[in-house]
Design a protein around this ligand. Structure first.
Ligand SMILES: Cc1ncc(C[n+]2csc(CCOP(=O)(O)OP(=O)(O)O)c2C)c(N)n1
Ligand SMILES: [Mg+2]
Length: 513
């Protein structure tokens, strides 16, 4: 049965009849949208729903759950099986309920402005039991994913940089409710795991990318900071602080130029908001009247520096002032406030009102990245106080319990199920293969050529070191084409030790035995 129909069927069930309760949401997760079906009669189970492509992928990789790098063609993300993606929408038969937004919106230059076809968001938000259960499930999934990433990093299964999003889950969850898939575009910083999952990549693939394994969106070459999902116009995952803001504005320009009706969100941190390039594109976006949301995820710190130490104006929603861009402040810990706030932001931009600055105030629980324990510049009490009073998942849990929509045990069962789901991603990513060393110089030029100015590694030595990892028949391309293998000794002899010249191009050698 289609998940939506399941949802609707259960929406009709009595509010307090817990034996027939209920469907607990759909996620763009794991290998699929997850439908959590929970009842006291049936043990909690998670039903994975696969699209056709995913079924085929399952069958082909069933035995060993070993993804093969040869499965990837030119653009891995386009060829990878994609989840049967779903976005939660309140159904017609659902009983609606209104909640007051705990911390009201703040507006900058919006109240007296004449806006085309849009009204400021009210302080109450309409939702339903099913949507709240969905939010609980979706945010808990992102949280669990980050906890497992944290653990995997400590086990050295993830190397390099890794920035976790726990604490900030309500923001992408509230955005996703309003996102027009196939139309809108979005871009963010390196704190991007939940964005990738929300935009539809699978948990298996996402964790594989973090592990540097071939099923990942960048075939393991990008890692944690370089996730992307072009199918749904998620353009990463960007490691240079602030760099995504001009890139996103370029997407905003493309939306306007092509008239496709889309809106771009360029998300950046409170630290990034002080960058010159951010102000430059504010100016351009306003000049061109672009459908552009500048989203400042104010998590209170840029690395170890608090906003009050780094920013002369900590009211980030007013930062468009020099370019006459209005702004709105949203409580980024309250998923309902984010949902409604972005409903407004999208409507504002779609109606042709031009760009908007949105500040979503939030908090990051972990340190800046895995190398930062996160307690040198703030106290544990501060972190604990946010966890106990403003946590986005706990706020939703409380509302669900207060309404009698589920019991504590039932919500715990969801979390337990999610652990299994993410454990599945973990097992998958552990078993997944790395690309062979012969892929080291691929994906640099669009035409697949080796870069002429790069000094290649000695694949023969590398092969010995990797003891069996290197196999020229693996990976992309014709296995008889050994042009990627370089006779580096000869190159070394030609190399003067100064700059490499274009004629020093890796020489064709015989294939390794
Ligand atoms: C151009 C540039 N400068 C400095 C850095 C180092 N750096 C990485 S993250 C960061 C702090 C950014 O903080 P913020 O924008 O608040 O984002 P958050 O990490 O809090 O999400 C800095 C300075 C970088 N990656 N790029
Ligand atoms: Mg920050």
């Amino acid at each position: 049965m289609h998940t939506n129909r399941i949802l609707q069927r259960h929406a009709l069930s009595s509010r307090y009849n817990l034996s027939s309760l209920s469907v607990l949401g759909m996620l763009s997760t794991g290998k699929a949208s997850i439908s959590l079906y929970n009842s006291t009669r049936h043990a909690s189970t998670i039903q994975f729903r696969y699209g056709k492509a995913n079924q085929q992928r399952q069958q082909s990789s069933k035995s060993a759950r070993q993804p093969s790098s040869s499965r990837r063609e030119e653009d891995p993300s386009q060829n990878r099986s994609t989840p049967n993606f779903t976005q939660y929408r309140i159904g017609e038969n659902e009983e609606l309920i209104e909640f007051e937004v705990g911390r009201p919106y703040k507006f900058f230059r919006l109240e007296n402005e004449t806006m085309k076809n849009v009204q400021l968001p009210a302080t109450h938000v309409t939702t339903s039991k099913q949507e709240m259960l969905h939010f609980f499930t979706e945010m808990s999934y992102y949280r669990r994913f980050e906890i497992v990433a944290d653990m995997a990093y400590k086990q050295k299964l993830i190397r390099g940089f890794c920035h976790l999003y726990d604490g900030q889950e309500a923001i992408i969850t509230g955005i996703k409710t309003n996102y027009k898939f196939g139309v809108d575009s979005i871009i963010t910083s390196y704190r991007d795991h939940a964005y990738q999952l929300a935009m539809g990549d699978t948990g298996d693939a996402t964790l594989s990318e973090l592990f540097g394994k071939s099923p990942g969106c960048a075939r393991g070459k990008g890692g944690s900071m370089h996730l992307y999902y072009p199918k749904h116009k998620f353009f990463g995952g960007n490691g240079i602080v602030g760099a995504q803001v001009p890139l996103g504005t370029g997407c905003g320009f493309a939306h306007k130029y092509s008239g496709d009706g889309g809106v771009n969100i360029a998300a950046y941190g409170d630290g990034a908001s002080n960058q010159g390039q951010v102000f430059e594109v504010y100016n351009m976006a306003k000049l061109y009247n672009l459908p552009q949301i500048f989203l400042c995820e104010n998590n209170q710190y840029g690395m170890g520096t608090s906003t009050s130490r780094a920013s002369s104006n900590t009211e980030f929603y007013t930062r468009g002032s020099s370019c006459n861009i209005p702004g709105i402040w949203i409580d980024g810990m309250d998923v309902l406030a984010v949902k409604k706030g972005f409903e407004f932001a999208y409507a504002y931009c779609r109606a042709g009102n031009g760009p908007l600055v949105v500040e979503a105030q939030t908090y990051r629980y972990h340190g800046h990245s895995m190398s930062d324990p996160g307690v040198a510049y703030r106290t544990r009490d501060e972190v604990d106080a946010v966890r106990s009073s403003r946590d986005p998942i706990e706020q939703v849990r409380k509302k669900i319990l207060d309404q009698g929509w589920a019991t504590e045990q039932e919500l715990k069962a969801i979390e337990k199920d999610l652990r299994k789901v993410v454990d599945g991603h973990f097992k998958y990513a552990v078993a997944a293969k790395e690309l062979p060393a012969s892929e080291i110089f691929t994906d640099i030029y669009a035409n697949g050529e080796l870069p002429p100015l790069l000094r290649p590694v000695d694949f023969r030595k590398q092969r010995d070191r990797d003891a069996g990892l290197f196999d020229p028949s693996e990976g992309r391309g014709d296995s008889s084409d050994t042009s990627r293998l370089a006779d580096t000794e000869e190159i070394d002899s030609q190399h003067s030790g100064e700059s490499m010249s274009p004629q020093i191009i890796p020489k064709r050698v015989e294939a390794a035995a």
